[in-house]
Design a protein. Structure first.
Length: 366
């Protein structure tokens, strides 16, 4: 078993086996330790920082002001601030939080895949319908911002070679190499951004609430962290879910609570609010009217979302799975090991292709 270690500020697991606890940053490692000893696994995300807040006490500061404060934090802390931009709610609100407050942005990065020739792939459609239409007028108005359209194809493939011995553990249930490759994207930036301190800013993530026993409860879900570094020195910084400004996530959660509590009928009848025997009603965090309240900078226009059809395989690496290459064979071998070594009880509906069941953080009562 490989011992995986990276920054615990991005979350860690504890395998509980009676009186013994084993701490690791790898979900698969934690699950294997737990299942060998008939134990269980807990997930922890900056418990101390977020646990210091009374989430039921309204934060009076306006959400837009908190966005400004977070942008200032990042600008003051790092020599270079590079925004990862898709044009969706999360990333567009991040960009506007800098621009509307005249806070300098050094560069904006969007992605393409030079080896995927499917014109209907989600990364192509996203670029055509959302990313570039929003970004083009912004870049014209701000010529001082450098724009980088980064090819993620070779970087993704190289993950299967660089991490051939530990990929199984660092990928945490996802066989999509582009997820692992995120940790290395800083190496693809122009050299000037790799001298001094760097923040590659991602808009992670929307507030996730559930309703149980007449209470609104917030949890951090580990499966929501598709942008999770697997090495130190990645430069990755989360804009919304950061222990540097816990009040931001708390305020977002309070806005979501006020939205759903303002219409109890909608809370119970909205088709994408899912009832779960253990969690209660898991509330739709993508609901458009709610998003427009959480992200006031995104109140105009239509924002599109693409979610992976399979959490195990991902959407952006389908071109690898359909190829006739050694890389496809490597993924197939890992999937066999995946099914052999990780018990079905840890997977959604007991199916490996459906992805691992989410682990959630401690409860925060609103």
């Amino acid at each position: 078993m490989a011992i995986v270690s990276f920054e615990e500020r991005f979350g860690y697991y504890v395998a509980h086996n009676g009186t013994h606890e084993y701490r690791t940053c790898s979900k698969l490692e934690a699950l294997q330790v737990a299942q060998r000893n008939n134990g269980w696994v807990s997930w922890h995300y900056n418990d101390e920082a977020y646990g210091s807040y009374d989430w039921s006490k309204p934060i009076q500061q306006d959400i837009v002001d908190l966005y400004r404060q977070r942008a200032e934090q990042l600008r003051n802390k790092f020599d270079h601030v590079v925004l990862m931009y898709s044009g969706g709610y999360d990333s567009h609100n991040v960009l506007e939080s800098f621009l509307k407050n005249n806070i300098k942005v050094d560069a904006i990065v969007s992605f393409y895949n030079s080896l995927d020739h499917n014109p209907d792939s989600d990364i192509v459609v996203e670029w055509q319908l959302q990313t570039w239409p929003r970004l083009k007028p912004i870049l014209e108005a701000h010529p001082e911002i450098e724009f980088i359209r980064m090819d993620m194809a070779q970087n993704s493939l190289s993950m299967l070679d660089i991490h051939r011995d530990d990929y199984y553990y660092i990928a945490d249930g996802s066989l999509a190499p582009n997820f692992v490759g995120i940790s290395y994207l800083h190496q693809l930036l122009p050299h000037k951004f790799r001298t001094g301190s760097l923040a590659m800013v991602y808009g992670v993530d929307k507030p996730r609430l559930r309703y149980k026993n007449n209470q609104f409860i917030f949890n951090f879900y580990d499966q929501g962290f598709r942008v999770k570094p697997v090495t130190t020195g990645s430069g990755i910084e989360y804009f919304y879910w950061s222990s540097d400004l816990p009040a931001l996530a708390v305020k977002q959660a309070q806005i979501a609570k006020n939205f759903w509590s303002g219409d109890p009928n909608l809370l119970h009848t909205h088709s994408r609010n899912k009832r779960n025997a253990d969690l209660g009603i898991v509330l739709d965090y993508d609901y458009v009217p709610l998003q427009k309240m959480i992200y006031p900078h995104c109140s105009q226009g239509t924002f599109l979302t693409w979610r992976p059809a399979s959490p195990t395989f991902g959407q952006r690496d389908i071109w690898i799975y359909k190829s006739n290459t050694d890389h496809k064979a490597k993924i197939a071998d890992m999937y066999k090991s995946f099914k052999k070594n990780i018990d079905r009880r840890w997977f959604n509906q007991g199916k490996h292709a459906k992805g691992l069941i989410s682990n959630i953080s401690r409860d925060y009562i609103l």
